[in-house]
Design a protein around this ligand. Structure first.
Ligand code: BF8
Ligand code: SF4
Length: 635
């Protein structure tokens, strides 16, 4: 059996996996294979090493109930491990948000060579929300005061964060009753660490409820701030066309791949590669020009705002270097495999780390500073150009396939393109759902994971959903997977969508799957759903809506946080592989069943993406019925 076909559904990826094999360079898939069998205790979440009396591992087959040395039950151990994952994910997203506020503050103070306020309208909307005076003030003054208010969302010690108050009234009331409105981003993450230290919280339900609070501080906090201020600073996205997959690498231009998450440096690199000085230098070195492409979420950031091509998603990062055509890969933070330096050393590719939070032994580090972002970006572009002549022509292997895509959808611009030019409103979307043209909405998000055939989960799930008239919104690596299968084109509606959804897509000219950005932009989905509630006719709370979420190929702690804030917001969320919680029946029951009665959402674990989509569709139908909506128009 050809292993490459088992490993990915994407032909380009299969081609590059073959190439890796020929060159005898291992990838994540090979490393997974050599790791098998993986530790059963870890998988079930029943190993604790939170103190030096341990590590303690609970024997899942023991007749007698076993505890850790301190007496911690298996439920406590599993719940603690789980919410520490939430804290890791929430910290990553939120720290990203914090860095954006920092850049925003420097822009307001005029202390950076690169940033300015690009979306004054959104800035003013935020200023009003935060009671920052607008009249008679300079934009920069408003921005500076606002930046302090946003910093406070991280450091607030008591009371309630302001961002989550955007949620529908009924939801907010429920969170208040449950005591899970986050106080401050940092506070909730710290408290997760505190509660899970040896000898603190040992009531698994109490632990898990704090996990929700921490996750909410991410989705309705750090992530949402990251999205909002990125829009203000780098401009709010509008629908835009581009290309995706490894075929976007160019055989005769300087190829620069930006990989990671934060738009602060990558957005400026976009300007740098367009400067005549850099283009001229590239030509002098024998290249036809400079080709900037993105990888993972940083790619989504500059795709959404500038139409920069997408080289691939999480499992394609090593493969990009394996083409031998990458002159420089610049990385910042998150989802950057430590394996990259090994792969890069087999080629001429220069790997450059840019964040003080992420260095790698032997790898060139050019520290990013928001104050001098443009200078730094130019320096890195120059490094790439100078590396171009070192390419070994014979070693280059670029798959020739790339796909067209449309991206750039946001909770705000849905108003315009669905409402038409004259009436910016969610009414047409709500009406389409109420009348049964659109069955409901689904958010399909998250990573790749070598345990699951690359892109298969995302693509098959998305196809099944749109076939059944569910409008799909996507972010992160899921969006990239769909783009590689041509699903982010308006034509995909004709090819794959059910009749009702197809009619809407054709009338408006949109794809049946809407790319709403990077993983922090999952916050756009929360806002879009809130807008649907506000528009009226579909219930009063997010948990009333005919919607569902999924992460069919998740792997990161960030996905654990995202899934948790979705269920804590009332949305059923399906995961392609189970969380590491199955060692505790009680924790599993709580998160996969009881949670629905408490917060309105729950987890479902289902590895088959089509079956998973059916679960989501059944849930959507159940919600339609509860809302007494009309039967579907064409079914
Ligand atoms: O934040 S989807 S593999 S790239 S964690 Fe990472 Fe997962 Fe991709 Fe972006 Ni999100
Ligand atoms: Fe063992 Fe308890 Fe220490 Fe965990 S905290 S390692 S269960 S003794």
């Amino acid at each position: 059996m050809d292993k490459t076909k088992e490993r990915s559904i994407d032909k380009t990826t299969q081609d590059m996996l073959q190439r890796a094999k020929e060159l005898n360079i291992p990838t994540a898939w090979d490393r997974l294979e050599s790791m098998l069998p993986q530790c059963g205790f870890g998988k079930l979440g029943i190993c604790c090493r939170n103190c030096e009396m341990g590590p303690c591992k609970i024997n899942p087959f023991s007749e007698k109930e076993q505890t850790g040395i301190c007496g911690a039950s298996v439920d406590t151990i599993v719940a603690r491990n789980f919410i520490r994952m939430i804290a890791g994910g929430a910290a990553a997203h939120s720290d990203h948000g914090r860095d954006i506020i920092h850049a925003f503050m420097l822009a307001a103070k005029g202390k950076t060579d690169a940033y300015g306020i690009k979306d004054e309208t959104k800035l003013k909307v935020l200023a009003r929300e935060y009671n920052v005076k607008i009249d008679g003030r300079e934009i920069n003054e408003i921005a500076e005061e606002l930046s302090e208010k946003f910093f406070l969302e991280f450091g607030r010690q008591h009371g309630e964060m302001k961002v989550p108050q955007r949620a529908p009234e009924k939801r907010l009331k429920l969170w208040r009753e449950l005591g899970i409105v986050p106080r401050g981003v940092d506070r909730e993450i710290v408290e997760t660490m505190h509660r899970t230290v040896m000898g603190v919280d040992n009531d698994y339900k109490n632990i898990l409820m704090h996990g929700f609070r921490t996750a909410l501080a991410d989705g309705w906090g750090g992530s949402m701030i990251a999205t909002d201020l990125s829009d203000v600073l780098f401009k709010s996205p509008e629908p835009i066309t581009a290309k995706s997959n490894l075929g976007v690498l160019s055989p005769d231009e300087v190829n620069i791949v930006v990989h990671g998450h934060e738009p602060t440096l990558s957005d400026v690199v976009v300007d740098a590669v367009r400067s005549p000085e850099m283009i001229e230098l590239a030509k002098k070195k024998g290249a036809k020009g400079i080709n900037l492409v993105g990888m993972c979420c940083t790619s989504s950031e500059i795709l959404m705002r500038h139409g920069i091509p997408v080289a691939g998603n999480f499992l394609q990062q090593e493969l990009a270097i394996l083409t031998g055509a990458v002159d420089l890969m610049m990385v910042d933070v998150q989802c950057i495999m430590p394996a990259l330096s090994g792969v890069a050393s087999a080629f001429h590719t220069k790997l450059v780390t840019t964040s003080p939070k992420n260095k790698a032994p032997g790898v060139t580090h050019v520290e990013f500073k928001a104050e001098k972002a443009y200078d730094i970006a130019k320096g890195i572009v120059k490094m790439a150009i100078e590396n171009f002549p070192n390419r070994n022509g014979n070693g280059i292997h670029i798959p020739d396939k790339s796909e067209d895509l449309v991206a750039g959808f946001t909770a705000e611009n849905i108003y315009n393109f669905l409402g038409g030019a004259y009436r910016a409103t969610y009414r047409p979307l709500n009406d389409a759902i109420i009348q049964g043209r659109i069955r409901g909405l689904a958010g399909v998000v998250g990573c790749n994971n070598p345990k699951i055939k690359h892109n298969y989960g995302h693509i098959e799930m998305a196809k099944e959903l749109i076939k059944n008239d569910v409008l799909v919104v996507v972010t992160g690596c899921s969006a990239i997977a769909d783009s590689e299968a041509g699903l982010l084109q308006p034509e995909a509606a004709v090819k794959y969508a059910g009749k009702g959804l197809r009619e809407i897509c054709e009338a408006v000219g949109i794809p049946p799957i809407l790319h709403v950005g990077s993983c922090v932009d999952n916050s756009r989905i929360l806002i879009a759903l809130t807008n649907v509630i506000r528009e009226g006719g579909l219930g009063e709370d997010l948990s009333d809506l005919p919607v569902a979420g999924a992460a069919p190929e998740w792997m990161s702690e960030k996905a654990v946080s995202i899934a948790s804030y979705f269920i804590a917001s009332g949305v059923l969320t399906v995961l392609g592989s189970p969380f590491q919680i199955l060692g505790s029946r009680k924790v599993t029951d709580f998160l996969c069943s009881e949670a629905e009665d408490i917060v309105g959402g729950k987890f479902v674990f289902e590895g088959d993406p089509v079956k998973a989509a059916r679960i989501m569709i059944d849930h959507i139908d159940k919600k339609r019925k509860a809302l007494k909506l009309k039967p579907l128009m064409y079914r």
